[in-house]
Design a protein around this ligand. Structure first.
Ligand code: ZN
Length: 364
């Protein structure tokens, strides 16, 4: 069938809307009419080839929409269902089998290869193959071809056009708190980087009852929003002695911290502000090969540092939970969102990169 999709043709290039031909779903695939798709930094760093996703490619991995057609073996969803598209895992490796899908040993191949796991491609433009299957969805488009596994059914009463970012950025921040770090009520957390991921972590920290929720960012507007969404204290990262101030404020350091910027110097601060026995979660995406320096004795006395992918989200369980928390008004992630028509994707990307918008959602 003919669809419209945003194609990036070269490293760092523009997103251009083109007429694209897409195959009908294979036996285990789902065709989704996209109603909203979030713009995530992962789309932009892949456009910039931090990870060498082959070009030309259709990006987009925070899609939500209505199921239009399903392959012969699909049982999880049916035409007319409302769905959020999320990340894909192989389902067969040792980590998938033990229930740790975000750490699938083929996570890269399943999400960043620019084709199906078998090497085939469903998209073409003017007779030339276009790479797609980004996160097995490529949802910067009017329609996305997903796999049954990374298609999550959601309640029809929920605001579908808003829900796409729950499939990646929002679940990454919220899940890092609710699934990975799991602070207990009354504990303290510091979140470095108050973008859409960090602010999702802050909202989640309020949901689970952290008593001290610290946001650190360079942007005063974001810090103000962080306070509205649950931060009890905020620091501008340009201030001197932020780590010392956090240690003093909390009487020895925070129980948990999250690094959401991808910057080594900030990761160091996130570790240094921990109490002894505290844990720092690393979420920010940096170019391959980026190293961080830590004081060995700073770790020796019981601190932990761990990487967290997709907020350790058990997709079919966690995404509907976030939808319900939003419905109750306890997880108001709509405060982060600005809508754009799909045709204005380049504007949405530029606004995102300038920091003018926290979470752009494109509506085809
Ligand atoms: Zn796997």
């Amino acid at each position: 069938m003919k669809i419209q999709a945003a194609i990036v043709a070269e490293n760092g290039g523009a997103f251009n809307i083109r007429d694209v031909e897409v195959e009908s779903p294979r036996d285990d695939e789902v065709l989704v009419k996209i109603v909203g798709v979030g713009v995530c930094h992962t789309d932009l760093v892949c456009r910039d080839q931090y990870f060498p996703v082959p070009l030309p490619c259709v990006f987009g991995h925070e899609g939500s929409g209505v199921v239009e057609a399903v392959g012969a073996n699909v049982t999880k969803v049916a035409p007319g269902d409302h769905v959020v598209l999320t990340y894909k895992s192989c389902g067969k490796c040792v980590n998938c089998l033990k229930g740790a899908a975000p750490y699938c040993l083929d996570l890269y191949g399943q999400n960043f290869a620019g084709h199906r796991p078998d090497g085939s491609n469903a998209h073409s433009c003017d007779g030339e193959t276009v790479h797609g299957h980004f996160f097995q969805q490529s949802s910067f488009a009017t329609h996305a071809l997903a796999h049954e596994q990374n298609t999550v059914k959601v309640d029809k009463s929920a605001p579908l056009e808003l829900l796409g970012p729950l499939g990646c950025g929002i679940q990454t921040g919220a899940g890092a708190v609710m699934n990975s770090l799991r602070p207990r009520a009354g504990e303290a957390i510091a979140v470095f980087g108050a973008g859409s991921v960090g602010l999702s972590a802050i909202m989640a920290a309020r949901v689970v009852g952290c008593s001290t929720i610290i946001a650190v960012d360079l942007n005063e507007k974001r810090l103000e929003l962080a306070r509205e969404l649950g931060a009890t204290h905020t620091f501008n990262g340009n201030e001197d002695g932020v780590v010392d101030k956090i240690v003093e404020l909390t009487g020895g350091g925070v129980d948990f911290s999250l690094e959401c910027t991808g910057l080594p110097s900030v990761a160091r601060q996130a570790v240094d502000c921990l109490i002894l026995t505290g844990t720092c979660g690393i979420i920010g995406v940096a170019p391959l090969g980026t190293e961080i320096a830590l004081d060995m004795n700073g770790i020796l006395f019981g601190r932990s540092v761990r990487g967290i992918i997709e907020g350790d989200s058990d997709r079919d369980v966690f995404i509907p939970r976030l939808v319900e928390l939003h419905r109750q008004g306890r997880f108001p992630f709509d405060r982060l969102v600005r809508f754009y028509p799909l045709s204005e994707i380049q504007q949405a990307v530029e606004d995102t990169e300038r920091g003018d918008v926290l979470k752009a959602i494109l509506r085809p």
